[in-house]
Design a protein around this ligand. Structure first.
Ligand SMILES: Nc1ncnc2c1ncn2[C@@H]1O[C@H](COP(=O)(O)OP(=O)(O)OP(=O)(O)O)[C@@H](O)[C@H]1O
Ligand SMILES: [Mg+2]
Length: 266
């Protein structure tokens, strides 16, 4: 333990890969609104962070700010100690930041194999088969298919996740990877995230509300009303979920017409 120059007690030296320092984001389309306020985050190498919190809290906006899609009106971002605040999306992608959108865009006119080749910077069929398997898609059915409106939402989501897995990233942000994905593929995906963590020196940020994803977290970041409202352990969050679950049971009893007991009434 030692005191750093700000006088904060720290348990050892942190190996920070990405830092958001005092980030505020104001959007000006339509009416002006501040959607992120004074965000401070230090994300370490080789750790899994799960970002969670209520709808509209600001999770995707933080991801977009990391990727350079939103520019902060105040504050700075650092990747491995380098100031990237003024870097474009393309420059950040080249430097090793990847973001899989909550709602993926359609890459019209490209075949799945071409998209994966672009993402990885090489065409390796075996690797592409493995990547599709990792996201629960059969390579035979998908590699030569053109990405167009015929793809389902879940298929598009999985292909986009595969493009991120194909890249050699320093920071990978997955925005609600479970959305629209069936249970089998979701199970495969959680295993893939765990393996990624074991294999590579990667900072993984997963935005999710899923308990199974929360269980992967080294730390859980709670975002609400445009601020970081808590940074806590997965055990604390899981205990909180359990408490809310039992609370809901009480309410169901109440709805069924039973009297709400004093101990249920919290
Ligand atoms: N470009 C924008 N213009 C105006 N408002 C925006 C913009 N981007 C985000 N917001 C607003 O900022 C708030 C946070 O949005 P964000 O998408 O980051 O939430 P979220 O935590 O990802 O929510 P969800 O869990 O529903 O995905 C919302 O109220 C949203 O409407
Ligand atoms: Mg979101």
């Amino acid at each position: 333990m030692f005191y750093n120059r700000w006088g904060t007690l720290r348990a050892g030296v942190k190996n920070v890969m990405l830092e958001l320092r005092d980030i505020t984001v104001t959007v000006t389309e339509g009416t002006e609104a501040t959607i992120l306020k004074d965000i401070n985050l230090e994300l370490e190498k080789n750790k899994i962070y799960v970002m969670t919190g209520p709808n509209g809290g600001g999770k995707s906006s933080i991801a977009k700010t990391i990727m350079g899609i939103y520019q902060p009106s105040k504050g700075k971002l650092f990747l491995d100690g380098v100031d990237i605040t003024d870097k474009s999306i393309t420059e950040r992608a080249r430097m090793g930041i990847g973001y899989a959108f909550q709602t993926p865009p359609r890459f019209k006119g490209l075949k799945v194999r071409e998209l994966l080749t672009l993402a990885a910077g090489r065409e390796d069929i075996n690797e592409q088969c493995d990547l599709l398997f990792d996201v629960g898609l059969c390579a035979q059915d998908y590699l030569d298919r053109e990405i167009n409106a015929s793809f389902s939402g879940g298929e598009l989501k999985r292909i986009e996740i595969a493009t991120l897995l194909a890249r050699n990233l320093k920071v990978a942000v997955f925005d609600e990877p479970e959305a629209g994905i069936d249970l089998w593929s979701f199970q495969k995906l959680t295993e893939t995230f765990a393996q990624l963590h074991e294999k590579y020196d990667l900072t993984l940020v997963i935005i999710s509300h899923q308990e199974r994803i929360l269980r992967l977290a080294d730390q859980v970041i709670v975002v609400s009303e445009g601020r970081i409202s808590d940074i806590t352990s997965r055990d604390n969050i899981l205990a909180e979920i359990e408490r809310i679950d039992s609370d809901c049971l009480c309410r169901r009893d109440c709805i069924k017409g039973e009297i709400l007991s004093a101990e249920c009434d919290r």
